[in-house]
Design a protein around this ligand. Structure first.
Ligand code: FAD
Length: 260
């Protein structure tokens, strides 16, 4: 299988750096092919702007979606964007690896998503009408591929538990797992989260590495998070609200995950 690791940490000698190197070795030893987009090492340009569309007229008002659409359709995107899209096409599985920074991904990784997820590639795919709001949430260019988050946090596991002060980790990661990964079609397997990283010594590192190895071994077989697909009848159209008979009386992020 082909695995793409999109990795966002500025320091190769960090915990994240060690775990990224471990993942590459572990996957390759198991016979998989691995590419790493090491965003800081690549000096990835994080901000989406008019320079991303090489044919966009210099004096024209910049319209981010339209410019992305035209550049994608006419192969006039900046080369760095096209290269990352090619890696995504190549990959059978994608791992986004990052330290949790202000309850989200580091800005450089968000910038990777904003620029690589072009109109026509990751959004604006398929029929758009009142009856069919695009091929997304379970459909799209990444359908059939798997994705997993590998996240480190300073906070404790209890801080991210069901009643933890930071809010449940599933809710914090929802915009990434549902909005960024499931939206263009990935099957998203549960995240591998390492809490309380400040308390990591050699012994704990060994346990983390073993647990990560096991998760990598089951990347292909683990049950994905059962997010509800958009286009198979669970949502009333055109409002795209969950049918009242599904998760009756409930609201919020979790209603979009089917209970099995
Ligand atoms: P490091 O700092 O590199 O390492 C952590 C520990 O692991 C150290 O003790 C180190 O000695 C040890 N270690 C590293 N490599 C090895 C190895 N090979 N073997 C054995 N031990 C090793 N946390 C939250 O919970 N929520 C937030 O919203 C949040 N926001 C943040 C925002 C910013 C801007 C920053 C800088 C930090 C934030 N944090 C937050 C904390 C952050 O998530 C953690 O600092 C980060 O996840 C730790 O990962 P690291 O790779 O940088 O670890």
């Amino acid at each position: 299988m082909n695995v793409l690791i999109v990795y966002a940490h500025p320091e190769p000698r960090s915990l994240n750096g060690s775990l990224k190197d471990f993942s590459v070795r572990h996957l390759e030893d198991a016979g998989h092919h691995v590419q790493v987009s090491d965003l800081y090492a690549m000096k990835w340009k994080a901000s989406l702007d008019a320079q991303d569309s090489t044919a966009w007229p210099a004096d024209a008002r910049f319209d981010a979606s339209l410019a992305s659409k035209e550049a994608y359709e006419t192969s006039t995107q900046r080369h760095d964007i096209a290269l990352e899209q090619e890696k995504l096409r190549w990959a059978d599985a994608v791992i986004l690896q990052f330290p949790l920074w202000w309850f989200s991904m580091p800005a450089i990784l968000k910038g990777w998503v904003e620029r690589v997820y072009a109109y026509g590639f990751a959004y604006g795919v398929g029929e758009h009408s009142d009856n069919h709001w695009g091929d997304r949430y379970g459909e799209g260019a990444m359908a059939g591929k798997r994705a997993m988050l590998l996240v480190t946090t300073g906070g404790w596991e209890s801080h991210y538990g069901p009643r933890g002060i930071n809010g449940p980790i599933e809710d914090i990661l929802f915009p990434i797992q549902h909005g960024i990964l499931y939206y263009p079609g990935f099957d998203v397997v549960p995240p591998f989260v390492i809490y309380r990283t400040g308390r990591t010594d050699e012994e704990r590192y060994g346990h983390i590495r073993d647990a990560l190895g096991q998760r990598l071994d089951t990347l292909w077989t683990a049950a994905p998070i059962p997010f509800r697909p958009q286009n198979t009848g669970a949502y009333d159209i055109p409002a795209l609200t969950l049918r009242p008979d599904l998760a009756p009386g409930e609201e919020g992020l979790r209603v979009h995950i089917a209970k099995e």
